[in-house]
Design a protein around this ligand. Structure first.
Ligand SMILES: [Zn+2]
Length: 70
């Protein structure tokens, strides 16, 4: 699986080639980061260092992971 990633922000979106909703999501991502450096890479190469850009349209997204180290 491949992803479009911004080196500067350390964010990425997963590329689903056959999904039109995903296409517009990638376009939005590219527009947002057009002054930055965008790369296309295999998801495996970046997913540990980059965070996914969740753009699901909900305002005030406070659904952060509770990273509880037990
Ligand atoms: Zn960026």
């Amino acid at each position: 699986m491949r992803a479009r990633a911004c080196i500067k922000c350390k964010e990425y979106v997963v590329i689903h080639a056959s999904n039109p909703l995903n296409q517009s999501k990638i376009e939005f991502f590219e527009r947002k980061h057009h002054l930055h450096t965008l790369i296309t890479v295999n998801l495996d190469e970046i997913k540990d260092q980059y965070k996914i850009n969740k753009n699901n349209g909900s305002n005030g997204s406070s659904g952060e992971n509770h990273n509880s180290n037990s």
